[in-house]
Design a protein around this ligand. Structure first.
Ligand code: SF4
Length: 284
């Protein structure tokens, strides 16, 4: 059994900086993060042990200071938190800010705003809340159901696979040939790098292990990308989720991880895979 690592995997700079900022903030008193700082239970637990609380509902916040996650928030939401007397600090990734700015620019140009992404995702909600009436799409049928507009302005959730985004933009152009479609590519570079690396890895492997939180969108997207190149793909949150029955002695096992997966978790999974590989060697 041989183990190959993706050339790009794990934490992106946006998540790393958000975790650093939250940890620093907690050194000067209690602080609450609104929502999951990153979609990874190990990181959330580690932050909790350092005094960083997590709440989903602003009315439940027990501290004066609140942090906005790397996924960002709308101007509306930040204003309403401040109106509640909370001191708001953003750990929003600059590439999420860039997506907000791109959508604002398109709307200022007179475009009807369209976001390619998951409607329930906190980043997409943040983008949409400042542009009431915008459309959020993720499938061709949702594009087919849009109302015609003379000018569409399209951005995407930063963690969507760029191939899907480009395909949906093409669908929009075909669906409304009389309309002008202005597209700004807001998929972030770390997501593109990890997607490309996962695709390359999957082609070389007989089985792929994807490490990341179950609620992490980009980890799920990585699993889907790997599944297009490799028939056996397993998503795990940590080493204990690895089932020895998944692996055969002659397997080439690929290892990749989402942008919210910390280095320690990747190393722990890698260590267990190495142990399983040695066991297979001894049995052979
Ligand atoms: S996935 Fe991309 S947009 Fe999201 S935090 Fe990381 S670098 Fe920023």
């Amino acid at each position: 059994m041989k183990i190959l690592r993706a050339s790009h995997l794990g934490w992106c700079f946006g998540v790393r900086d958000a975790v650093r900022d939250a940890t620093l903030a907690a050194t000067s008193g209690p602080v609450t993060v609104l929502g999951e700082l990153v979609h990874n239970p190990t990181v959330i637990e580690s932050l909790r042990s350092r005094g960083v609380l997590t709440r989903s509902d602003p009315s439940d916040v027990p501290t004066r200071r609140v942090l906005i996650t790397a996924h960002g928030a709308s101007r509306r939401r930040i204003a309403s938190l401040e109106a509640m007397g909370l001191e708001v600090t953003e750990t929003t990734c600059p590439l999420v800010h860039r997506a907000h700015a791109a959508l604002d620019t398109l709307v200022n140009q007179g475009c009807h705003p369209v976001i390619i992404g998951q409607a329930h995702h906190v980043e997409v909600r943040g983008l949409a809340e400042d542009h009431p009436g915008c459309d959020i799409v993720l499938t061709e049928s949702e594009i087919d159901a849009l109302e015609p507009r003379p000018l569409f302005g399209v951005v995407s959730q930063t963690t969507q696979p760029i191939d899907r985004v480009r395909h949906l933009v093409d669908c929009l152009k075909r669906r409304f040939p009389q309309s002008e479609v202005r597209f700004r590519d807001t998929v972030c570079q770390p997501t593109k790098d990890r997607q490309q690396a996962a695709e390359n890895l999957a082609r070389q492997c007989s089985v792929v292990v994807v490490v990341g939180g179950r609620h992490s969108n980009n980890t799920r997207q990585l699993s889907a990308t790997c599944a297009r190149g490799c028939a056996r793909v397993h998503q795990v949150e940590g080493p204990d989720d690895l089932d020895p029955g998944w692996f055969k002695p002659d397997d080439i096992v690929g290892l990749t991880a989402g942008t919210s997966t910390p280095d320690e978790t990747i190393e722990a999974v890698s260590g267990r895979l190495t142990y399983l590989a040695q066991e297979h060697c001894q049995q052979a």
